[in-house]
Design a protein around this ligand. Structure first.
Ligand SMILES: [Fe+2]
Ligand SMILES: [Fe+2]
Length: 232
């Protein structure tokens, strides 16, 4: 995480700290999306590690996934906070969020923010090409996006949504499995299933030492190394 955004004559701002600040802003705007992003980013990091990616890459995926839904900052409250199903027109507004997030994050000169931009842009693409916004397919979708897609959907399935109650873990896992090869990259699904015990720690007890070890982003990414001061 040596990535630094420099400003003329001022203190450099570490890109990882900037990612944390942006995640805090999203959580202040909409706590539900913010907490979803924390859990989802933990899962994405665990999947990345199970895929055998290096520590630096896993850390980058975990951290940048915090911003996968940052484009929802541009969704009006009457839609973002609507306590029920969306109309077709409202859904179209929400579905702009990958592109809005990408445009916010891309082009800074920071490799970490560039990764965040890619995650934001591609987390709703589907392996079979049926996703959005660009209908990318298979390996046109960057690995970060294929990982984020699985983590994003799993978290959505096992938490209450305005349009349906949560599924059980077994039901959610079965749904994810059924998406292997169609909605999701089969290799990423295998890694997800292989990291499921650790992933469920994110939901079982977010305050445990095990959860801290499995997912330091939950406790520290937004509030410092010891987890104090973050939004919980
Ligand atoms: Fe999203
Ligand atoms: Fe999401």
């Amino acid at each position: 995480m040596a990535d630094v955004l420099s400003r003329d004559g001022g203190d450099p701002l570490r890109a990882d700290r900037l990612v944390g600040l942006l995640a805090q802003a999203l959580e202040l705007r909409d706590e539900r999306t913010g907490l979803h992003s924390r859990r989802m980013s933990c899962l994405a990091g665990l999947i990345a590690c199970k895929l055998g990616l290096g520590k630096e890459c896993c850390d980058a995926i975990r951290l940048t996934s915090l911003l996968h839904d940052i484009g929802k900052l541009a969704v009006p409250d009457r839609i973002l906070l609507k306590p029920g199903p969306l109309t077709k027109a409202q859904r179209a507004v929400v579905e702009r969020h990958p592109l809005v997030g990408y445009e916010l994050l891309a082009g800074s000169g920071s490799s970490l923010l560039d990764t965040a931009a890619v995650v934001a842009l591609t987390h709703h693409e589907r392996f079979d090409g049926g996703g959005y916004p660009r209908r990318l397919a298979r390996f046109q979708i960057p690995l970060e996006g294929r990982i984020a897609a699985v983590a994003d959907v799993f978290d959505a399935l096992i938490t209450d949504q305005p349009y349906r109650p949560r599924l059980s873990v077994d039901e959610a896992v079965a749904t994810i499995r059924r998406g292997s090869g169609s909605r999701f990259d089969p290799e990423v699904i295998d890694a997800f299933l292989g990291s499921l015990d650790d992933a469920l720690q994110v939901y079982a007890d977010t305050g445990s030492a095990e959860a801290r070890a499995a997912c330091p982003a939950w406790h520290s990414a937004l509030g410092g190394s010891d987890g104090e001061g973050g939004l919980q």
